[in-house]
Design a protein around this ligand. Structure first.
Ligand code: HEM
Ligand code: NAG
Ligand code: NAG
Ligand code: NAG
Ligand code: NAG
Ligand code: NAG
Ligand code: NAG
Ligand code: NAG
Ligand code: NAG
Ligand code: NAG
Ligand code: NAG
Ligand code: NAG
Ligand code: NAG
Length: 523
């Protein structure tokens, strides 16, 4: 089934989107978003909604969609405030946000934000995943939302409000009456009203606690059921006339919009564009990236640290591959140049990749871009300690009749900004009883202050994990005596750590190193 889909899409996938976000290494935000959207093992959010999975008498997708709408609903388009900013985490106790789905959703996202990727991006990604997982269209995803630090206004529309209030509310959110009808029809495809939370709407004589139909497929049956009066949606035909808000809104323009949405193609197109606008509604101070497409020639897992009289440099180059579990003939060579002095030949020092691994692409990467697997070319370079390394690049030989070509971060080279403060992957330890992170510092005073901003799941300052950074303090570690011009500092790392950024000032210069969690050498 999925394979057939691939065959039919394979020749058109290049045409899907316009300009995509450009990945200039290092970019922790795009790096992480690309993983979550397109790599199977890193995509809890694109995974949990597949087959439109059911939960709590509704679907995971419905719970995620509703949370996103309620987060969005604080937007004031004139003031340029609110929108997709995760302020919902501070608003859960409000009656307008009633429903266990809201908390369930935030728990789903608990382990996904990092220091660089906000909860708001996860909430927005939840919409993309919800629609895709239920068989609907792919909504382009832009990254870079910033998490709010406090609640927004109490402005989520409620079913007992009149039509004028709803028109005004959506206008404030930046959606006119036509768009309000569309967004509502698209959103209410996915779930239903729970009797436990809305006993005045879902009265006991109705057949189920959830009055929208399951199993759910993302399609426009909601429109047809409305137009031919076969719906059982309580917000249209429930016994309580006051709370028939879907009916009031759907009929508010004499059914012109609903009749237009009766075309499946129009419905899919309009839902895509309305959902996209909803999730891209952010405070005016926030700028989003271009849509994130799978990144080709992505460098990741770089680790530089002193090892037995040299510097070890580990790196991975990821190449997108549309073949189906086939070993590529491609060979990749990594080159680098010295940081100071001369050691390498004119053309640079070089090493071949020592290992080829694969990542399985997410279903979204497969269906949208025809990517089955991602080839991971691993490098393990030994760098001269005295001359060190300033930048690196790759030569890829596809061995398919085309000439070898250079991958050099779009002409800028992959630049190593410093070798003074390093995450020492070789001396760090990863055991069941915990992780001890070791930092190597090129400073023999033994008196450098080394700290890390550690992003943990569960922010002590908020009811939910919004940007939960704590400070980790490192101490000189006697179990690792000074070596190769470096001294070693260590600290245990909290169990639920998501990412770290190490900071230290040496000889008056501040250095920092971003360490995505669980970077074990040899993975
Ligand atoms: C006037 C506007 C709206 C009103 C009054 C309204 C009202 C409601 C109510 C009362 C529920 C039942 C919630 C529960 O029992 O947990 C619901 C569910 C839902 N709403 Fe809306 N809604 C509106 C607009 C929207 C929009 C624009 C979207 C999405 C773009 C949306 C998405 C959803 C989803 C997905 C559910 C199902 C949740 C689940 O099954 O867990 N709603 N809505
Ligand atoms: C995380 O918090 C820091 C400090 O408050 C802020 O500068 C940064 O923008 C936040 N990041 C996100 C993704 O919200
Ligand atoms: C709609 O509700 C608002 C707010 O409760 C109220 O001020 C307004 O008079 C109502 N309009 C109509 C037409 O009932
Ligand atoms: C809403 O805006 C769309 C274009 O974005 C337009 O086609 C439509 O006519 C507008 N509807 C109203 C009621 O102004
Ligand atoms: C209908 O819903 C409204 C708003 O929730 C409520 O005030 C009213 O009591 C309900 N009517 C009945 C008959 O349950
Ligand atoms: C459309 O969605 C409804 C409700 O999810 C489902 O019952 C129906 O089978 C779907 N129709 C098609 C053609 O997929
Ligand atoms: C709009 O459609 C609804 C549901 O089919 C119907 O009850 C209503 O009469 C229609 N209104 C107009 C103006 O056609
Ligand atoms: C690799 O090369 C062999 C021999 O030239 C060829 O048969 C095979 O199709 C190539 N594989 C790929 C994935 O290009
Ligand atoms: C590094 O430099 C030191 C001092 O200049 C020298 O003694 C040592 O032999 C050099 N090591 C290497 C590997 O070139
Ligand atoms: C060889 O592979 C490269 C890199 O994947 C690709 O750009 C090129 O089009 C391929 N050439 C042929 C002749 O298939
Ligand atoms: C990239 O590295 C190569 C090889 O060291 C060098 O010739 C080139 O000038 C560098 N380019 C930039 C933009 O630094
Ligand atoms: C260590 O550094 C602190 C602050 O930079 C300084 O006050 C202290 O004198 C230093 N101690 C030693 C032994 O150098
Ligand atoms: C990298 O090479 C070094 C030295 O040859 C070796 O000791 C180490 O185990 C290798 N590391 C990995 C991850 O393969």
């Amino acid at each position: 089934m999925r394979f057939q889909l691939f065959i039919s899409l394979a020749c058109t996938w290049q045409l899907v989107l316009g300009s995509a976000a450009v990945f200039n290494w290092p970019d922790p935000l795009l790096d992480n978003i690309d993983d979550q959207l397109y790599v199977d093992r890193f995509s809890p959010i694109s995974f949990a909604t597949l087959e439109c999975a059911g939960r709590d008498l509704t679907t995971v997708a419905a719970q995620w969609m509703r949370l996103a709408f309620h987060d969005f609903a604080t937007h004031d388009s004139e003031a340029g405030t609110g929108g997709l900013d995760a302020s919902i985490v501070f608003e859960l106790d409000r009656p307008q946000n009633i429903g266990m789905g809201q908390r369930r959703t935030l728990v789903d996202f608990l382990n996904s934000p990092t220091e660089y990727v906000g909860m708001a991006d996860m909430i927005a990604m939840g919409v993309v995943s919800a629609v895709f997982g239920c068989g609907g269209p792919v909504i382009p995803f832009r990254a870079g939302r910033i998490d709010a630090t406090e609640a927004g206004p109490e402005t989520v529309p409620e079913p007992q409000q009149n039509l004028t209030s709803h028109i005004d509310a959506f206008k404030r959110m930046g959606f006119n009456e036509t768009e309000m009808i569309g967004l509502l029809a698209c959103g209410h495809v996915l779930g239903g009203v729970r009797q436990a939370d809305f006993p005045l709407i879902v009265t006991p004589n109705l057949p189920t606690g959830v009055a929208f139909q399951a199993p759910v497929t993302f399609n426009n049956s909601i429109v047809h059921e409305y137009l031919d009066s076969t719906t059982i949606n309580v917000l249209e035909v429930g016994p309580n006339i006051t709370t028939r808000s879907d009916l009031r809104i759907f009929s508010s323009d004499g059914n012109v919009t609903m009749k237009r949405l009766a075309s499946a193609d129009v419905f899919n197109q309009e839902c895509t564009s309305l959902f996209e606008r909803m999730i891209n509604t952010v405070p005016s101070t926030v700028t989003l990236t271009d849509p994130v497409e799978p990144i080709n020639y992505k460098v990741s897992g770089t680790m530089l640290y002193p090892r037995d009289g040299s510097l070890a440099f580990l790196a991975t180059l990821r190449i997108l591959d549309s073949s189906f579990f086939e070993k590529p003939n491609t060979t990749v060579t990594m080159f680098w140049k010295e940081r100071q002095g001369t050691f390498c030949p004119e053309a640079g020092c070089s090493v071949e990749s020592f290992q080829l691994d694969y990542d399985i692409a997410s279903l979204m990467a497969l269906d949208t871009y025809g990517i089955f697997q991602m080839d991971l070319f691993r490098f393990n370079a030994t760098i001269d300690l005295n001359t060190s390394i300033s930048h690196f690049w790759f030569v890829v030989d596809p061995k398919n009749g085309s000439a070898p070509f250079i991958v050099d971060n779009h002409g800028a080279n992959f630049t190593i900004d410093q070798d003074v403060v390093l995450y020492d992957a070789g001396r760090s330890s990863f055991t069941n009883s915990g992780t001890v992170m070791v930092v190597a510092v090129k400073d023999d005073s033994g008196n450098t202050s080394v700290t890390a901003n550690t992003m943990v799941s569960g922010n002590p300052l908020a009811p939910w994990p919004v940007n939960g950074t704590v400070t980790t303090n490192f101490a000189l570690d006697a179990s690792h005596p000074p070596a190769d011009g470096y001294t070693f500092y260590s600290s245990p790392i909290p169990e639920k750590v998501l990412s770290n950024t190490i900071h230290a000032t040496v000889a008056g210069t501040a250095h920092s190193v971003w360490v995505p969690v669980l970077q074990v050498p040899g993975i």
